[in-house]
Design a binder for this molecule. Structure first.
Ligand SMILES: Cc1ncc(COP(=O)(O)O)c(C=O)c1O
Length: 434
């Protein structure tokens, strides 16, 4: 059976405008909506068959490439056999995937997995787990962190545009983010750690449940945590009775190049890790990966995530792990990411609005400023370059509290041969500011 789908531009726009709720209609960044029809690898095609290089990866969900044949095959075979198996019944595929995820974690610890429907749900679960295990409620989060749209995840999100005045849960304190480019203390990690001490001493009860950190803060504009900060923070949090939760939803699965999990670059073994997005290359899934003794006190809590451990998504996830390894996508992220950062830095001579180009692997930011001295955020200029990028064949995204950062997080299969095309396209986009 085939359903009629009207692909005409005006009909696609009109139908969404009429039937989507206001809260879902809002997220539309372009002047003229972008309608996407198909994808392959790092490329997308719109409804008129124009090809674009995808530098957003569907908000970092496409880890190994759009419609990767191995992932499609694994998920399709599972869809034909049994598309869903509720978690009260047993199925081998999610259990295999849990074992394989556990094997990616630091050796010498017992890791267990709880699958959820999404990243935000996994974040909520991680908070519950930390609070149950420690018997404390206070959580420290970082300014600039993003953790999702649910009540729990919003409560620890440190960007006002993603926090809404709807009565968010309390027991959360925000610590200063160690942002080397914009932070008050520049790259002086010790001063950020002192500030964290003050947050704990003056803002909390002194007894913590957890601290949560994204090793590369994504939505605030790609801010990699400086080496030494997470390690120092973990010591302080544990001294106050809390556990360390690492949010790998954007930065995990080899994307940052030097390691499979981005926390591995920070000399710290987390207590709880949250993963989602790229975990299954676009099939919906989230996961909490925790040390067994920390997850154990939840045994008496009935928590039923209907589609958590969905076998189709887990089959896709198993294929993702294999493709990352077989196609060496972590190594590719590192090499192509470095080449792209180099190429983009090369544009700084000609384009004074580029204040900073930074990144880890294929999490890259081009931050726009009015001028490099004042670092005043160049919001309007970013909007222009963003629209121009589309015109020149690139899908990018605007990030940061002032929407003044171009966030580049392509599928990890982006090729070296794409780099000159991207740099030339960006060069032309920035030329529009002259
Ligand atoms: C770092 C981070 N954590 C958590 C989430 C929440 O994940 P989800 O959108 O799957 O609920 C996101 C989503 O953008 C994210 O970027």
């Amino acid at each position: 059976m085939k359903f009629a789908t009207d692909w005409s531009t005006s009909a696609v726009i009109a139908r969404r405008e009429k039937y989507y709720a206001a809260s879902q209609r809002k997220f539309q960044p372009y002047q003229k909506p972008l309608i996407l029809k198909r994808g392959a690898g790092q490329y997308l095609w719109d409804e008129k068959d124009n090809r674009l290089i995808d530098l957003l990866a569907m908000n970092v969900c496409i880890s190994v490439g759009h419609a990767h044949p191995d992932v499609v095959q694994a998920a399709s075979e599972q869809a034909v056999a049994l598309p869903h198996c509720t978690t009260m019944f047993y199925h081998p595929v999610p259990a295999h995937f849990a074992e394989e995820l556990a094997a990616t974690m630091p050796a010498g610890y017992d890791w267990v997995v709880h699958f959820t429907n999404s990243g935000a749900e996994a974040i909520d679960l991680a908070l519950m787990m930390a609070r149950t295990f420690t018997g404390h409620r206070d959580v420290v989060a970082l300014q600039g962190g993003y953790h999702g749209p649910t009540y729990g995840a919003q409560s620890i999100t440190g960007i006002s545009g993603f926090r809404h005045d709807v009565g968010l849960p309390g027991n959360v304190q925000f610590a200063m983010s160690p942002n080397p480019y914009r932070g008050e203390f520049g790259d002086d990690i010790q001063r950020y750690l002192n500030a964290l001490d003050n947050t704990i001493r003056f803002g909390s009860t002194g007894n913590l449940a957890a601290m949560i950190i994204e090793p590369v803060q994504g939505y605030v504009g790609i801010v990699p945590m400086p080496i030494g900060y997470i390690e120092g923070a973990a010591e302080r949090i544990r001294a106050a009775g809390g556990v360390m939760i690492i949010d790998e939803v954007q930065a995990g699965f080899g994307r940052t190049g030097d390691s499979f999990w981005s926390f591995e670059q920070h000399n710290v073994v987390p207590d709880i890790v949250v993963a989602a997005k790229g975990i299954a290359n676009g099939y919906p899934l989230g996961a909490v990966i925790a040390r067994k003794h920390i997850a154990e006190p939840m045994a008496d809590k009935f928590l039923f995530h209907t589609y958590g451990a969905n076998p189709m998504s887990c089959a896709a996830g198993r294929a993702v792990l294999r493709v990352i390894s077989e196609e060496q996508l972590q190594q590719n992220s590192k090499a192509v990411g470095e080449a792209l950062v180099d190429g983009l830095r090369g544009l700084m001579d000609d384009h004074p609005n580029i204040g900073d180009v930074r990144g880890r692997g294929l999490m890259i930011a081009v931050e726009l400023v009015k001028d490099r001295g004042s670092k005043a955020p160049a919001t309007e200029e970013t909007a222009i370059v963003f629209e121009q990028n589309r015109h020149h064949g690139l899908v990018s995204s605007k990030a940061g509290p002032e929407r003044s950062v171009l966030r580049l997080v392509p599928p990890m299969c982006l090729a070296q041969s794409d780099v000159p095309t991207i740099v030339e396209a960006m060069d032309r986009s920035f030329a529009a500011l002259k």
